[in-house]
Structures are given as structure tokens and as C-alpha cells.
Design a protein around this ligand. Structure first.
Ligand SMILES: [Zn+2]
Length: 152
């Protein structure tokens, strides 16, 4: 089954012009990581490809172009749950470029488990996200905390 929320992301994936409805909130840490999803991007419009078969030719359902799957750029998306100060939880999605900023550019060398672990170890985050799409556009770490450090 195709995840509908993730399909919507694809539409927003390269839409940096859309800044309306952005909100910033601060959290102590990420409550949970729901999943990490790998996907391929259309070579023409760069949107997420919905892969319906195991064949090596795919057709983009947004722009209609067909292409070899092997020529498509691979990307990754994290789906997380963050708790706000009032205890309300928000489900958010983090794109690859944003993930990369908090992983010191090492996203391509890390496995899903390692990325998940690093996300969960982050403390004192400031997240900027779009309330409609629930996509995080920016993550700032408020203080530099060594991940190897023992917490009190
Ligand atoms: Zn396309």
C-alpha cells in the first residue's frame, strides 16, 4: 500500500517557494521515529516516484515521463513524532536535505538504524515546519551537545 502522507510530500519536495503557514517550535527531543523511507525521484520533475511493479522502467504519475529506475536519484525521508510543551504531539516529516544538516553531511554513509538513533539522541531542537504539509524545513540545535556524552 502506498502511504498517502508520503505521496503528498513528493508534491512539496522541491517547493521551496511555499513558505506560508510555517511555524517554529522548540522541543527537548524527538519522541519517536515512525519510519525512514527510501524512494526514487523522477529525473524530469524530481518528485517522488510511486513504484508499482518490480520492472526497471517507471512512469512518473505527476509529469507522465517514463524512465529507467537505475537513473533515478535515491532519496530518504524520516517520519517523526515530536511533543510540544503542552504535551500535544505533532507528526512531522523530515526531508533528506534537512536530515543531512543535522547529520553533518553524512547521510549517504549512514544506515536507517544509525540515522534513527542520531535523531533520537538529539536534544534541544528548534524545528521550523509547515503546518499544512507537516514538512520540516529547518532544524536548529540550540546547543552543541556531544552525542557520546552521558546524560544525567
Ligand atoms: Zn515526473
Amino acid at each position: 500500500m502506498e502511504d498517502e502522507t508520503f505521496s503528498e510530500i513528493a508534491v512539496e519536495d522541491c517547493d521551496d517557494a511555499r513558505k506560508l503557514g510555517e511555524e517554529v517550535f522548540e522541543i527537548d527531543n524527538i519522541l519517536s521515529v515512525e519510519k525512514m523511507e527510501h524512494f526514487s525521484k523522477c529525473v524530469n520533475c524530481t518528485r517522488k516516484l510511486v513504484q508499482v511493479t518490480s520492472e526497471n522502467i517507471v512512469q512518473c504519475d505527476r509529469c507522465g515521463h517514463s524512465m529507467r529506475l537505475s537513473q533515478c536519484e535515491r532519496s530518504i525521508m524520516a517520519k517523526i513524532v515530536a511533543a510540544q510543551e503542552d504535551g500535544q504531539t505533532v507528526r512531522l516529516m523530515i526531508r533528506k536535505d534537512v536530515l543531512n544538516t543535522i547529520l553533518d553531511g553524512g547521510i549517504n554513509s549512514l544506515g536507517e538504524g544509525e540515522i534513527t538513533k542520531k535523531l533520537l539522541m538529539l536534544r534541544n531542537l528548534k524545528l521550523k515546519y509547515n503546518v499544512q504539509s507537516q514538512i520540516v524545513s529547518e532544524i536548529n540545535l540550540e546547543s552543541e551537545i556531544n552525542l557520546e556524552q552521558n546524560f544525567d
